[in-house]
Write a protein that binds this ligand. Structure first.
Ligand code: MSP
Length: 468
């Protein structure tokens, strides 16, 4: 049975879940569910990134010790995903002692292979990104993604990782179509250009950051939070039972701001530890909210619960998938979501299912072989979720609406063969659409499938209520 191992980034728990985290998680869930439907053996991993300076500072602000703080916030992510019907097979927390053990073993391997040395780091650090920054990364003297006070000057003794040693190998892997792991293509070119521009070695440990995993050979230092976090993808396959054969990961899904960590640093760490590298990484763009970057200070942060309250679980999943920011940023907002929900789900799909069930009352349907078109699978695999959904709407839903308008079965007698023929066609179209859309709206599609089994009866309740 083919194996499919898909991951999301593990989210920092200095924040509670918002629609940005939600979009990566829903997309990973759609892929996991589709691959299960296709008969693959799936392992879907998500979780929280709990160590480091940023989390420690947050805990301090609310007067909690770091572990208590993490134990309090981690469930908000677990519950958010539960409420959205996310089918992750495991939720990893980097404070899990089993993960910490794998991190220590991993670092020992890198050291044994001669890729670690001690040096002094002098330069900038963005606490918001938990990232060592070069002068060229800064815009107007600070990290462009975070407020100026988050960029601080550091001078510390660190253990360094020989990242530069792996640059030629990485270039070779990425340039070859058979071994390239960076998608979409634009990101591949971006990473190659940066690799060819010259790369320095990086710190793998921090001095004076207590909230982290101790460096196994120097317990005065803690493991740099990104080394700790990236290893989660591998550690889960090692400490969980019967998951080892899921490595290497089939797909790491991530947002564009963490491209370098996932396509260069992580791969070099694995090469150094002599562990197979992941097959594919897919880097998506960002959600903008009503044309602006989402931020607490602008007060435009949308939470997954806000969506669920308005659009229900499947409505929210649909809207996220429909607006998924692939190669370009995607502008979203509650008003736009309402419009889309009403147009696609309440007025179109939902209405069609109600009409067909009413018109086809007592129609006895026969077996119908469901099929999954390669093109659809390819679109979903390449995160072209909007196109994939459009394909299903055009082929089955718009087609059924057209047929109904042409034949007008409501004007024909119940046993008129033309009426039976068009309604049978619509029923089969809807069954087929539900089959395709199951990974996106699992519960709704199950309802549609059940309503169209055996003898058809009018629906007791519409699938999607119109929202004003
Ligand atoms: N902890 C690190 C990741 C470590 S992975 C080994 C981290 N966490 S995060 O909480 O900041 O989450 C970042 C991820 O959340 C992005 O890569 C993306 O998947 C998602 N998003 C956060 N904001 C987003 C948008 N505005 N739009 C779309 N996705 C965004 O980085």
């Amino acid at each position: 049975m083919p194996k499919f191992f898909v991951t999301t980034p593990i989210y920092y728990i200095n924040d509670i879940p918002h629609i940005g985290h939600t979009c990566t998680t829903v997309a990973a869930d759609v892929l996991a569910r589709l691959h299960r439907q296709l008969g693959d053996e799936v392992f879907f991993l998500t979780g929280t990134d709990e160590h480091g300076q940023k989390v420690a500072e947050c805990a301090q602000k609310v007067n909690l010790d770091a572990q208590t703080y993490c134990d309090k916030i981690a469930p908000t992510f677990v519950n958010a995903w539960k409420n959205l019907n996310i089918s992750n097979d495991f939720f990893i927390r980097t404070t899990d002692i089993r993960h910490e053990k794998v991190v220590a073993e991993f670092l020992n391997k890198i050291k044994e292979n001669g890729d670690v040395y001690k040096d002094k780091y002098e330069g900038w650090y963005c606490v918001g990104c938990e990232k060592f920054m070069t002068e060229t990364d800064l815009v107007e003297g600070h990290c462009p993604l975070h407020p100026p006070e988050k960029t601080v000057k550091k001078s510390e003794e660190n253990w360094f990782f020989k990242l530069s040693k792996y640059v030629p190998k990485l270039i070779e892997l990425i340039e070859n179509d058979d071994t390239n792991y960076i998608f979409p293509q634009g990101k591949r070119a971006e990473v190659l250009a940066k690799l060819k521009g010259g790369v320095n070695d990086i710190s793998l440990s921090r001095e004076n950051v207590e909230w982290g995993i101790p460096v196994p050979w120097d317990t005065k230092q803690t493991v740099y939070v990104w080394f700790d976090a990236l290893i989660n993808y591998y550690s889960a396959t090692q400490f969980l039972e019967n998951k080892a054969n899921f490595w290497p990961a089939s797909l790491h899904l991530l947002g564009k701001e963490i491209l370098w960590f996932h396509t260069v640093i992580w791969q070099a760490m694995l090469l150094s530890a002599k562990i197979e590298i992941p097959i594919k990484t897919f880097t998506h763009s960002f959600y903008m909210v009503d044309g602006q970057k989402m931020s607490k200070s602008l007060g435009n942060v949308i939470s997954p619960q806000q969506l669920i309250d308005l659009f229900g679980v499947d409505g929210s999943r649909y809207l996220i998938a429909r607006s998924f920011p692939g190669e370009n940023d995607s502008d979203v907002g509650i008003a736009r979501f309402k419009e889309k929900y009403n147009a696609d789900l309440a007025n179109n799909l939902g209405n069609l299912v109600s009409r067909v069930c009413k018109l086809a009352d007592k129609l006895q349907t026969s077996n119908f072989k469901l099929q999954m078109d390669r093109k659809y699978i390819e679109l979903v695999d390449n995160l072209k979720l909007d196109e994939a959904i459009s394909l299903v709407f055009a082929k089955f839903i718009d087609e059924s609406n057209n047929q109904l308008n042409i034949v007008a079965p409501w004007k024909l007698e119940p046993n008129d063969p033309k009426r039976i023929e068009v309604l049978t066609k619509c029923v089969n179209n809807l069954r087929q659409a539900a089959y395709y859309l199951t990974p996106i709206m699992p519960d709704t599609c199950e309802k549609i499938t059940k309503a169209l089994e055996g003898e058809i009866k009018p629906l007791e309740q519409g699938l999607f209520l119109r929202i004003s």
